[in-house]
Design a protein around this ligand. Sequence first.
Ligand SMILES: CC(C)(COP(=O)(O)OP(=O)(O)OC[C@H]1O[C@@H](n2cnc3c(N)ncnc32)[C@H](O)[C@@H]1OP(=O)(O)O)[C@@H](O)C(=O)NCCC(=O)NCCS
Length: 192
Amino acid sequence: MGFRDHALSARARYAPRVAAIKLRPVQEDDLEALAAGQSREADPWDWFGFRPANALRRHFVADGMISQESGTLAVETSGGTLVGTVSWFAVQHGPSAACRAWNIGISLFPDHRGREYGSAAQRALAEYLFATTLFERVEAETDIENIAEQRALEKAGFTREGVLRHSQFRDGRWRDNVLYGVLRAEVDSARP
Ligand SMILES: CC(C)(COP(=O)(O)OP(=O)(O)OC[C@H]1O[C@@H](n2cnc3c(N)ncnc32)[C@H](O)[C@@H]1OP(=O)(O)O)[C@@H](O)C(=O)NCCC(=O)NCCS
């Protein structure tokens, strides 16, 4: 499949029947809800051990959770209800600055899952990153057993690229992750 066909098929897969959501910087008032959303019960996919009780607040105080290398944004509904966060950090695929990509993540609060906010928010984050940085590629990894996230990424226009065997150790065993990616040309609103 050529690059253009590849891009078209990725766009065709993105079905914008998605719920309306908004991304915005995290505010101090959000911190309590965000901390609760990080617990093992609320988000077992992202639980790699206890974090210091004040870790979120320290991160917030340090840089408002947005820096040149990484970031976290709040996800809220069009009515202003906080439903979770999206985040990103730079990954290096080679020796130079031209070999960097963004790796993104998401965590929605349990009560707000299953309403297509996940696909909408990850699409919005890819659009935001392409609109504000020069990176060519946005990628996401998720546990091979996390079907909801795989579906959400596919609905957001990401392409399934492969499996990273035993790439994470979580909850007592090695986990295979699926790698997804979307390129700048596959996101219409990022085109010049
Ligand atoms: C994963 C997550 C972002 C998905 O967002 P969401 O808004 O809940 O999901 P959506 O409503 O967009 O639906 C995604 C798809 O997964 C499906 N799905 C949801 N839960 C599922 C489950 N337990 N098993 C199988 N499929 C599931 C939905 O049916 C939907 O598919 P469809 O459109 O073909 O019907 C969200 O559930 C979440 O934050 N989960 C906890 C944290 C997490 O897993 N983050 C990703 C870690 S890398």
